[in-house]
Design a protein around this ligand. Structure first.
Ligand SMILES: C[S@@+](CC[C@H](N)C(=O)[O-])C[C@H]1O[C@@H](n2cnc3c(N)ncnc32)[C@H](O)[C@@H]1O
Ligand code: SF4
Length: 392
């Protein structure tokens, strides 16, 4: 009997883990954006893949991360400025050092103004199987206002090239609530994007970030931001149109065709582990209640640390039980799946309703409890910052 039992295959739970690779270069900085990036310097870009590989090797020696990675996300900045051969080399090293699952989702963020038919074929051949295009708008006046380096027809062309190169999982970013934009204009922009038939859409309301040219234009009275009413009207119009067209509104800003949700981001929102490499990248370890580290957004410091084989990362925050519960709710309520009662109880030894009775009461009808999941409705998502405050 003992022998028979020991010959049974053991079921081993492999924890989900992901890799994020930050590419901190852009051809030109867009006036609304505060993501960490600097103007492209060809010499720095040529040296950068080896730095990323050196960090991967260092992380492997430190044994802080367990593979295999089931998702890899090249984000930016503008990852489509990196040669496909270098993207391929980074993937090979990630595979050798940590392992990549056979069906790993491998996403590359691409600025439509930086790709060619050839480069897209090469990314596909290098192993990238999901593209996220920063289209933003298919209206040339909007693209000019946003300081983009491409026209609407160039964005359409890039999308068609990607299809021809074999990409069957493409996302497009749309920015809405632009200064002076009317709700019907935002809807037409979305309709133009739907003509491309992407599998996934990220719809972001324009945020005026501190220390950006748009923030300065706001201060000078040269930029009139959308009112809260217009923002809400557009948010609901886009939701109605996309849901009617069969998209799943699976996170506040994200919509997907069935089975095309971005797994990488879902894992992040579910607080699975991810390793982030490159200056500006964040990492999350699930040990104890969780620990977040980051690589400071300083390219030179990153180069120096790796040249001396020093750890380029710094501790950002260590979670205790309460902080982990709060973050679980913050990330969970952003998603259509919401917070799962059973998962919450298993993880924290307390029911969601017992942990947050007052915050739940203050959400009123905006927070529903059905089939063991707590979810914010559309109006709740619109007022997310307001409702979430009581949970934090
Ligand atoms: C790293 S960029 C995408 C890839 C590439 N850099 C590009 O712009 O084409 C990530 C996305 O964040 C969104 N984004 C950046 N800053 C934003 C802001 N201030 N308000 C709304 N969306 C923003 C844009 O849609 C952008 O495509
Ligand atoms: S939106 Fe994209 S291209 Fe523009 S500055 Fe930000 S990261 Fe760079």
């Amino acid at each position: 009997m003992g022998d028979r039992l020991s010959s049974q295959p053991r079921i081993v739970q492999i924890p989900i883990s992901s890799l994020y690779v930050h590419i901190p270069f852009c051809l030109r900085k867009c006036p609304y954006c505060d993501f960490f990036s600097r103007p492209l310097d060809p010499a720095q870009m040529a040296a950068y893949p080896d730095l990323l590989i050196a960090q991967l090797e260092q992380e492997n020696r430190r044994s802080r991360w367990q593979g295999p990675f089931s998702t890899v996300f090249f984000g930016g900045g503008t990852p489509s400025l990196m040669h496909a051969a270098d993207i391929g080399r980074i993937l090979q090293h990630a595979d050798q050092l940590f392992g990549l699952t056979t069906d790993a989702e491998i996403t590359l963020e691409a600025n439509p103004g930086t790709v060619t038919s050839e480069s897209l074929f090469a990314y596909r051949a290098a192993g990238v199987n999901r593209l996220s295009f920063g289209v933003q708008s298919l209206n040339d006046a909007n693209l000019a206002r946003l300081g983009r380096i491409h026209s609407a027809s160039e964005a359409r062309q890039a999308f068609q090239w990607a299809r021809a190169a074999g990409f069957d999982n493409i996302s497009c970013d749309l920015i809405f609530a632009l200064p002076d934009q009317l709700p019907e204009e935002a809807l037409s922009d979305l309709e133009a994007m739907l003509q491309l038939a992407p599998e996934h859409l990220s719809c972001y309301g324009l945020g005026i970030e501190p220390d950006t040219p748009f923030a300065r234009q706001l201060d000078n009275g040269e930029l009139r931001p959308a009112t809260e009413e217009t923002y809400a009207e557009i948010f609901c119009l886009l939701h109605d149109k996309l849901v009617r067209d069969g998209f799943d509104h699976y996170e506040i800003s994200n919509y997907a065709r069935e089975g095309r949700q971005c797994l990488h981001n879902l894992h992040t929102w579910q607080r699975h582990a991810y390793l982030g490499i490159g200056p500006g990248a964040h990492s999350f370890r699930t040990r104890d209640w969780g620990e977040r580290r980051f690589v400071p957004p300083d390219f030179e410091a990153y180069e120096v640390a790796l040249a001396r084989d020093r750890d380029p990362t710094a501790l950002l925050e260590t979670f205790d039980r309460n902080a982990a519960m709060a973050e679980t709710v913050y990330l969970g309520l952003r998603c259509a799946d919401g917070v799962d009662d059973r998962v919450f109880l298993r993880r924290f030894g307390i029911r969601f309703a017992e942990a947050f009775p007052h915050a739940i009461e203050r959400c009123g009808r905006r927070l529903t409890h059905r089939h063991g999941h707590w979810r914010l409705d559309l109006q709740g998502w619109l007022l997310f910052d307001h409702f979430i405050r009581d949970f934090l």
